[in-house]
Design a binder for this molecule. Structure first.
Ligand code: CTP
Ligand code: MG
Length: 227
């Protein structure tokens, strides 16, 4: 039986958010950002395990004991390294097998609606090539040159990638087993380099990533709605 295993990289420092501590530990609407994110997966019956990747130096993380939750203190210098280290730890410890589905999801996307998560599992979970949540680009796009508009770029066919990104563990292991991860901006990009074309599954505008200080306002409103 193929399992659905969430892998949550949470080993970043949150430099752009600038809270004086990693943004995943900022408390919004009664819980840390990371706890909100973990709860989306822990509360989803289709998810069998949740593995969170922390920095080896992390001495802040605290959570209630949950039978589905596994803590991996193997975070790396970059997000891609954290994901690779976490995946390899899961496979080496026997917590995951090559045939399982791995759902990589940013700790900083704490407003992921359950419906979008289920849509990804149902649509991409059965596909050998895997898939990601993404939304079609809504705004008109401009290419800049010296702070002026150089050209208007057609947006047709352009999507903005979100997470979770779902792949068979074996495929993701192969995709991330490259000496240089610097070109890997998300898991899909690594899989694409193998010549595989992951599915695009409709995401949700509410699934935004807490990145800049002004994002906190919207995240707070969304979390208040959800509770
Ligand atoms: N992440 C990680 N390991 C890293 C860098 C990032 O696990 N070395 C995680 C972050 O904790 C976050 C997710 O990857 O949940 C998305 O990254 P991002 O939004 O860029 O977070 P930070 O790297 O923490 O923020 P910044 O780039 O502003 O420093
Ligand atoms: Mg970052």
């Amino acid at each position: 039986m193929r399992r659905n295993i969430a892998l949550i990289p949470a080993a970043g420092v949150g430099e752009r958010f600038g809270a004086g501590k990693p943004k995943q530990y900022v408390e919004i609407v009664g819980k840390t950002v990371l706890q909100h994110t973990l709860d989306v997966f822990l509360n989803c019956a289709a998810i069998d395990k949740v593995a969170v990747v922390l920095s080896p130096e992390d001495n802040v993380f605290q959570t209630g004991i949950h039978e589905k939750l596994h803590v991996l203190k193997v975070g790396g210098e970059t997000r891609a390294e954290s994901v690779r280290n976490g995946l390899f730890a899961l496979l080496q410890s026997g917590l995951a097998e090559d045939t399982d589905n791995i759902l990589v999801h940013d700790a900083a996307r704490c407003c992921l609606p359950q419906a979008a998560l289920l849509r990804l599992i149902e649509t991409a979970g059965a596909c050998e090539e895997g898939g990601i949540l993404a939304v079609p680009v809504a705004d008109t796009l401009k290419r800049a040159a010296d702070n002026a508009i150089d050209a208007t770029v057609p947006r047709s066919g352009l999507w903005q990638a979100q997470t979770p990104q779902l792949f068979r563990a074996g495929l993701l292991r192969q995709a991330l087993a490259v000496p240089d991860l610097s070109a890997v901006t998300d898991e899909a990009s690594a899989v694409e380099m193998l010549g595989v074309h992951p599915r695009l599954v409709l995401g949700d505008a509410r699934n935004l990533k807490l990145t800049l200080p002004q994002d906190e306002y919207i995240v707070r409103l969304l979390l208040e709605q959800a509770d």
